[in-house]
Design a protein around this ligand. Structure first.
Ligand code: SIN
Length: 521
């Protein structure tokens, strides 16, 4: 394998965590590996709700931490919840300074959205549903002006090189349908900030590239993965046949939108005292049950918003327009779709993974903040808090930075990328077997199908990263014989008295998969 060496810290990914970490590491030289043009294709840019932070004087970080703990169904790390919620305000002020045009009130205060399971309206927003896009725009502009940051666009990381138990570099290939032979970039430290796993499912709100590759590459290198089974399904993906499914932000329900079925029943009223603003897992299961029963759930924004949806929620209105839905006149059909991976690479309070030389932030990591059910808009917040913590820890771990020349990749020789038919099979298997409601038989079938997909193209690292993460999700879900938060087992509906987080290495997950009997029917 062709090898280059750099003195730059390598950041894998180009979303919120990656950009913010690169800025916080400046002036230390950084190399960002971005599969697309910077700012495109990252989940962060698609985040509609905003960032949760106690900015109102009547609110508090303690109340935010309490809500985070309550939503997380017993497995949130209380220390992590406290430190993240305490740091939230400073990061909002920092993003404002960096140019994010948050919605403001005439008195200068922040306009806050209300989202499910928050006891307070505490989600800072930009033009209703534009928070992710606008924060990313501001940070991309900053990164473009930061001389210490080199960005390699159109390049994708597919592996980590481990030597003597330490991460020594990153293997990269050309991004896109046509892959390439990998090149190794040796680096003093590697930060993974490349998103979660939603795209491993056939029905997802995540951008197409977000398919568990980053978690998979860390797992294949031997890192410990925590809470892999905890996948959050968003209740209101717009059910219009688009892949990925466009999101109808929870903030719409915060504005008073109702969920109804084809019989006109407002079914959440009977299911939870908070109705449409019940915790996300509760609403997602209700939507899933309605869909399975053929009752065609839909979101009705007509009374609460009327034509305001067109100007105040432009992303939702745009998605409706593409699908030929006029939300001022009709209900918006919705379905539960894979949205956020609460599990990921296990990290400590500084974002340090179990492998020396490796740091992880954002959705690819598992910090202990989200437990079994992430509180809405805590995802971008966690990415900000841990990006900075990773940057400080990397800075402290490395000797003083010298000059680092820009990295120039050699010509990348073509090699096959993941077979699209295999990726489609994998995604179907995950939705069918490791989706909103799970049981042992479905998870077993899912694991067998993952093994078959993997065996069909065993020499494609990008596909192996996906199957590694899929295996970890399904194996951890099979091992967790209870229902908790977003992990719902129809064959184990009880919640155990003693909450526990899960920790699994890929070798253990593969052993679970291998132990399953071959199907005889
Ligand atoms: C939403 O806007 O409904 C999603 C927010 C989130 O997932 O945090």
């Amino acid at each position: 394998m062709a090898t280059l060496a750099t003195g730059r810290v390598v950041i894998v990914g180009a979303g919120l965590g990656a950009l913010y970490a690169a800025l916080k590491l400046a002036p230390r030289p950084v190399l960002m590996i971005s599969p697309e043009v910077l700012g495109q294709g990252a989940s962060s840019a698609w985040a509609q709700g905003g960032v949760a932070a106690a900015m109102d004087p009547a609110d508090s970080a303690e109340a935010h931490a309490r809500d985070t703990l309550r939503a997380g169904a017993g497995t949130v790390d209380a220390h992590v919840a406290r430190l993240v919620t305490e740091e939230a305000r400073a990061h909002i002020l920092d993003l404002t300074r960096l140019g994010t045009p948050f919605d403001r009130k005439p008195d200068g205060g922040y306009v806050m959205s209300r989202e499910a399971a928050h006891s307070f309206a505490r989600v800072v927003r930009v033009r209703g549903d534009q928070a992710g896009a606008e924060i990313m725009r501001a940070l991309v502009a900053q990164v473009r002006e930061t001389a210490s940051v080199q960005v390699l666009e159109g390049v994708m990381a597919t592996g980590l090189r481990v030597e003597a138990g330490r991460v020594a570099g990153v293997e990269v290939t050309q991004a896109g349908p046509q892959g390439s032979v990998p090149v190794l970039i040796r680096a003093p430290a590697v930060l993974l900030a490349g998103g979660g796993s939603g795209g491993l499912y056939a029905l997802t709100t995540n951008p197409p590239r977000i398919r568990g590759q980053v978690i998979g590459m860390a797992a294949r290198a031997g890192a410990v993965i925590a809470d892999a089974e905890f996948v959050q399904f968003h209740p209101t993906a717009i059910d219009c046949g688009e892949d990925p499914a466009p999101l109808a932000t929870e903030a719409l329900r915060g504005e008073g939108a109702h969920l109804v079925n084809r019989l006109g029943e407002r079914f959440m009223l009977a299911l939870h005292p908070d109705a449409e603003l019940a915790p996300r897992d509760v609403v997602a299961r209700a939507i899933y049950a309605q869909t399975q029963a053929g009752l065609r759930p839909a979101l009705d924004t007509r009374t609460c918003l009327g034509p305001r949806i067109l100007t105040e929620f432009p992303a939702v209105a745009g998605a409706c327009a593409r699908a030929g839905i006029d939300p001022t006149r009709s209900q918006i059909p919705v379905a539960a779709a894979a949205h956020y991976h609460m599990g990921g690479v296990a990290v400590d309070a500084d974002g340090r993974a179990s492998l020396p030389g490796l740091w992880v932030c954002g959705e690819a990591s598992s910090t202990g903040l989200h437990g079994a059910n992430r509180l809405a808009s805590n995802g971008l917040l966690e990415a900000l808090v841990y990006a900075r913590r990773c940057a400080l820890a990397i800075e402290a771990a490395l000797p003083e930075a010298g000059d680092a020349a820009p990295v120039v990749l050699p010509e990348l020789a073509p090699a096959p990328g993941p077979d699209p038919a295999l990726v489609a099979r994998l995604r179907q298997a995950m939705t069918a077997g490791a989706g909103v409601v799970r049981d042992a038989a479905g998870l077993t079938r899912c694991l067998r199908e993952i093994a078959a997909v993997e065996a069909a193209q065993p020499d494609c690292p990008a596909l192996l990263n996906m199957t590694a993460t899929a295996t970890l999700i399904a194996a951890a879900a099979l091992m967790r014989r209870e229902s908790r938060g977003a992990h719902c087992r129809s064959d184990f509906p009880q919640t155990d008295a003693t909450p526990r987080r899960s920790r699994l290495r890929l070798a253990e997950a593969l052993a679970i998969r291998a132990r399953l009997e071959p199907e005889t029917t």
